[in-house]
Write a protein that binds this ligand. Structure first.
Ligand SMILES: C[S@@+](CC[C@H](N)C(=O)[O-])C[C@H]1O[C@@H](n2cnc3c(N)ncnc32)[C@H](O)[C@@H]1O
Length: 293
């Protein structure tokens, strides 16, 4: 009895959200936004999604809730809720993702930048402060790695390449928006020679298609498969190709990888008599690798 009463109250609230034409007080907007999502998200997740949206739409944060008099038109929030209900990631809904202190535009042609990748960028910056060398980011996607590096290593000559023309277009737009001098161009790293780079950094595709079943639906449904999956069944294909091709120019290489490939990659690196160093991420997993000659 109590349960059905609560459901009706919730439905009324959600209906109010959908039909409301007047501006809403921030506190009411917040509870309507959250209630509309509780079928699919936990309260904490829905609340975090609300604050991300609030911050994006109005540049307002939690502190503004204390001043409860602000009112907002709900249309943009309602549109966001509708997209979130389809399990579309918030970064694609808002078209933007934070990365290493930068605001990066993303769309369905580009992977959503991950926190682990920020750690890789941090490592490269720490080891190459004041460098004026050429740095190449292979499989650049949104350009997040190349742009974050340029924002901290201003003297380095930085470029990024990707097989996807849509990704290159967005990465170039990000460079323009952020006023960072980074060149982006198309490449196919499996079938072509490797472009020049004294330092090469890459977060390549490394998931075998056979692993699809264990993956989250919102990743599978929305993120580009070209960015996630390796065409054949060897998840190490990109690492082996990039390392083998970079040998000629003796580049120093930095990779993001999965902790599941630690043993197999280590064995392969030993068999090639390469010098290498693993670095663990904030969860203690071996996810970053440096290779040199
Ligand atoms: C895992 S995503 C990384 C995106 C971005 N660097 C990041 O860290 O968020 C891998 C990228 O590799 C690109 N890619 C896939 N096959 C490629 C190929 N043969 N040559 C170059 N890039 C490729 C994809 O389009 C995708 O943008």
């Amino acid at each position: 009895m109590q349960g059905s009463k609560l459901t009706i109250q919730k439905e009324i609230l959600i209906l109010k959200f959908e039909t409301q034409l007047e501006p809403l007080k921030l506190s009411l907007l917040k509870s309507l936004f959250i209630d509309s999502l509780l079928d699919q998200y936990s309260f904490d997740e829905a609340e975090a999604l609300f604050f991300t949206t609030l911050n994006h739409v109005e540049q307002k944060n939690r502190t503004h809730l204390l001043f409860g008099e602000s009112t907002f038109f709900k249309d943009q929030y309602f549109n966001v809720v509708n997209e979130l209900k389809k399990n579309r990631p918030i970064q694609y809904v808002l078209g933007t993702a934070p990365f290493y202190g930068l605001e990066i535009q993303v769309n369905e042609a580009t992977l959503i930048p991950r926190p682990e990748t920020e750690e890789l960028v941090h490592w490269v910056i720490q080891e190459n402060k004041n460098t004026n060398l050429r740095i190449l980011d292979i499989g650049t996607g949104s350009g997040c790695i190349a742009l974050a590096l340029k924002s901290c290593l201003s003297q380095a000559i930085i470029s990024g390449c990707d097989i996807s023309l849509d990704a290159i277009e967005l990465a170039s737009q990000n460079a323009k928006n952020l006023k960072l001098d980074v060149t982006f161009f198309q490449c196919d790293i499996i079938n072509e020679e490797i472009p020049d780079g004294d330092i090469i950094i890459s977060n390549p595709p490394y998931i075998a298609k056979s692993e699809k079943e264990q993956m989250d639906k919102n990743v599978l449904d929305y993120e580009p498969h070209l960015a996630l999956f390796v065409e054949n069944e060897d998840p190490l294909l990109f690492y082996k190709r990039i390392i083998t091709k970079a040998k000629k120019q003796r580049s120093t290489l930095y990779f993001e990888t999965s902790e599941f490939y630690y043993s197999e990659l280590t064995e392969w690196l030993k068999s090639q008599e390469l010098r290498y160093q693993w670095k663990s991420d904030f969860q203690g997993k071996n996810r970053m690798l440096k290779v040199w000659w």
